[in-house]
Ligand binder design. Sequence first.
Ligand code: 2ND
Ligand code: ZN
Length: 331
Amino acid sequence: MNIAALPKIELHCHLDGSLRPNTILDIAKKEGIKLTSLEPEELQKELIAPLECESLDEYLERFTIPNLVMQSKENLSRITFELFEDAAQENVKYMEVRFAPLLHTAKGLDVEEIIQSVLDGMKDAENRYEIKGNVILSCMRTMSAESAFDVVEKGRKFLGKGVAAIDLCASEEEGFCGKFIEPIALAREYGYRVTIHAGETGIGENVLEAVELLGAERIGHGVFIKDCEKAYNIVKENNVTLEMCPTSNVQTKAVDRYSEHPINDFHKDGIKVTINTDNRTVSNTTMANECNIIFKEFQLGDKDYQQIYLNSVEASFADTETKEKLKTYLK
Ligand SMILES: O=c1[nH]cnc2c1ncn2[C@H]1C[C@H](O)[C@@H](CO)O1
Ligand SMILES: [Zn+2]
């Protein structure tokens, strides 16, 4: 199978984990931002989380440097454009990019300006390449419920104009969903779709709560439903789609090695799985690489590719017309 040439869809990709190292260097030089290294290769080492990482929290340390250069409208638009450009060049036809607006206010931008800048970058790429996109607004679980309300309110006016959904991300604690019931309920009322990072660090119950308490339609990762029967069953019965990110899961030690990844067991059992990068730079990967690893490891074939691609189409937060178009790429 020539995966590089096949059409792809990506539903789980963080903007701040997917910057080109050269862009970071370029902006840092222009803005006088101090980096520990000005050599692209050295910088890249600092940006990539090693496969021998200990935990999700260690993985998340890699986001400090990128966020230093994501504090102006121009930079946010440029970085978003470049991410879509990179994706288009590997035949990604549709991509949902997520980011946490509140991480980009350090130099005075307001949340609306931040969202608009990301949308501008995405629109430029859509006009130039054969790719479509939507944006998912992530709320940091490490911040207050109030801060999540803030994102939900300020993002509202962009719904249907490039913003499609709300997400919760960052370090995962047991029972985190309870704290965010109200802001996520308000988001649903406003028309946001809902995807939640859960079950990434050993706590399958978080997936159950994300579905039951927050109305999650999709789950970021969800690896640990394998150890929680109730979570497993609710995901399977409700067709909750899992956004799986194999390399990231090895790095954060959700699994010790690719061969232990539960994606194929889930897939064989009829759970709707999708394949994603999570973070192109921090995980040093691409969609083609993630697909190649999984298809080789579990000896999957054309039928599996079509099924997983269609899972991504169906679970995407795209409009009906876009979904129909995406299906035509398979033929
Ligand atoms: O895989 C992840 N799990 C939880 N949080 C994550 C993951 N990848 C990135 N993030 C965090 C770090 C970023 O700063 C934030 C917004 O994109 O999302
Ligand atoms: Zn993620």
